[in-house]
Design a protein around this ligand. Sequence first.
Ligand SMILES: Nc1ncnc2c1ncn2[C@@H]1O[C@H](COP(=O)(O)OP(=O)(O)OP(=O)(O)O)[C@@H](O)[C@H]1O
Length: 348
Amino acid sequence: MPDGTPFLGAPQVSGPVLSGGRISLSIMTTAAGAASLGETRSKAEAALRAIPGAETAFVTLTNDAAAAPPVLKQPNAAKPAVLAEVAHVVAVASGKGGVGKSTTAVNLALGLRANGLKVGILDADIHGPSIPTLLALHGQPRMGKDRRLLPMQSNGISAMSMGMMVDAETAMVWRGPMVMSAITQMLAEVNWGALDVLIVDMPPGTGDAQLAIAQGTKLAGAVIVSTPQDLALIDARRGIAMFKKVDVPILGLIENMAHFTCNDCGKQHALFGTGGAEAEAKRLNVPFLGAVPLTMDLRAASDSGQPIVVRDPEGPLGKLYVEMAGALWANLVASSSKYQSPRKLQGA
Ligand SMILES: Nc1ncnc2c1ncn2[C@@H]1O[C@H](COP(=O)(O)OP(=O)(O)OP(=O)(O)O)[C@@H](O)[C@H]1O
């Protein structure tokens, strides 16, 4: 197949699928072809929007990972032009699932907001989106006058979830480049407005989806979340190595579920060992942002759609996240050579 051929044989299209006013369709293309199909995609979206009942249209250019060229280092990949008003895009990632990445991402976003910054959060975990639950977001995002989607608002931050855009069943079979394509479109088709920081809650793991997002979104940095067990730390190390490979600075490591304080006896129990992440951060020369205990309060707050920074801002956990967010912002400002006039944080 000559270079630049957009289709793998005959064009393959899956969909359209209409769900709650949102119509989606996927066009299979080669990596080289994706670049030349931007106009086709826009025309397809315009045609789909004209269908009665369709309020928003979302066409994804997908790329068969098996046919895609190997992913190469692209340190200078441009930030999508539509994100021009977003000063910094920061990923919150974990080497493995279930370590509290989404809980951390939401509370850090709210902590940044409490530090006086304008913040958005994109839930890129298309296989297990949890931001709508964590922020009690219901319904569908509205479309603005420029035909771009308006992010939903919760507790002073803007939020969007891939779960609102792509059917879970469709997304289930997507591989790295497909996920990447959907996420860059998500960034482009949402009118994020002016933000100091856009937090991206990454899918768990360090596979091709994560690498593709790290490369394609021009991240200003990444925060890694890990529990203290050796096994989780091995995965966290892998995550750090992945971001370093594509020249994304590590802005901090956060240890989650560090210890458990018994309600009855008041003693602290280090269920998964202690100090592992801090020692690992030192060893790998990455900043350690803090250790969050395993607590019922945090879980209950998250499940209720009122994250702990909102529910109990003056409590120890609320304060801890706001402090960690302040340290993250300081690291971000320090690492960003483009940042011209660092703003003073509230109360600083
Ligand atoms: N420090 C903590 N103390 C108690 N519960 C916690 C803590 N951190 C997270 N949890 C709970 O653990 C569960 C998993 O958390 P979360 O969804 O944030 O993890 P995740 O790493 O994003 O998971 P996934 O990989 O499935 O996306 C949730 O029920 C959450 O409330």
